[in-house]
Ligand binder design. Structure first.
Ligand code: ADP
Length: 209
């Protein structure tokens, strides 16, 4: 809630039922200025309005998880981007080139048939690059974090789950996976911090339309 919305809620909680005009007077604002806030608080189920009576407080227990509920409506399968994958036998040199050409910060490392075996981040590759090894010979699998230590996200999960996993695992990117034959995880997409940020901007811009 914005500061003004919190002030409105406090006024209605202490003095409700109270008309929109009186709330506006209390805050030295016009009724028109307050209208969008009152609409949001009513829609969120925090306040209710009765004609000729005014606004009264219902409680914010309905509203606690507004953002979580919103993000749970969006599906990973609709927001995922294309995964950038390299084969486990790819050299570190070629992996670095792929990272530049594809303009990504994380590569998913796969075995044949797209089965996920690891994740190689920028720092993983830098670590090998500052060592003594020959980048044309060392395979990316030496540098990567391997299964089963990879945090993945299911194709059927929500964007809330994805955002939470990115934060909890402290990583930039999650492979979107589907369970293939013999319980192997097949890489079918990618969710990054940018994907989540893009969704935030998309949701934020809805209010400016
Ligand atoms: P960077 O290392 O470039 O800062 P990250 O923060 O994403 O990028 O990666 C940090 C470490 O976590 C790296 O060693 C990387 O291999 C590993 N990593 C990246 N993504 C995942 C993931 N989804 N699951 C598990 N480990 C990951």
């Amino acid at each position: 809630m914005s500061k003004r919305q919190q002030q409105i809620v406090a006024i209605v909680r202490d003095r409700g039922p109270i008309t929109g005009e009186r709330i506006a007077d209390e805050l030295s604002l016009t009724r028109a200025t307050l209208r969008p806030d009152l609409a949001i608080l009513t829609m969120a189920g925090i306040l209710d309005a009765r004609p000729r009576v005014g606004y009264f407080y219902i409680g914010d227990h309905h509203a606690k998880d507004l953002v979580g509920d919103l993000f749970r409506k969006y599906q990973v399968k609709d927001y995922k981007s294309l995964p950038v994958v390299v084969h486990e036998h790819t050299t570190v040199y070629d992996a670095v080139v792929t990272m530049f050409l594809e303009d990504v910060g994380t590569l998913f490392v796969v075995r044949d048939e797209g089965v996920l075996v690891g994740v190689a981040s920028r720092k993983d590759l830098l670590k090998v690059a500052i060592g003594q090894s020959n980048l044309h010979e060392v395979p990316v699998s030496v540098a990567m974090t391997r299964m089963p230590n990879i945090t993945t996200i299911d194709l059927e999960a929500t964007m809330y789950d994805a955002a939470r996993k990115l934060i909890e695992a402290e990583v930039d990117s999650l492979p979107v996976v589907r369970c293939g034959s013999e319980q192997q995880l097949e890489v079918v997409g990618r969710i990054t911090k940018t994907t989540v940020t893009r969704l935030v901007v998309e949701l934020g811009s809805l209010r400016n339309v």
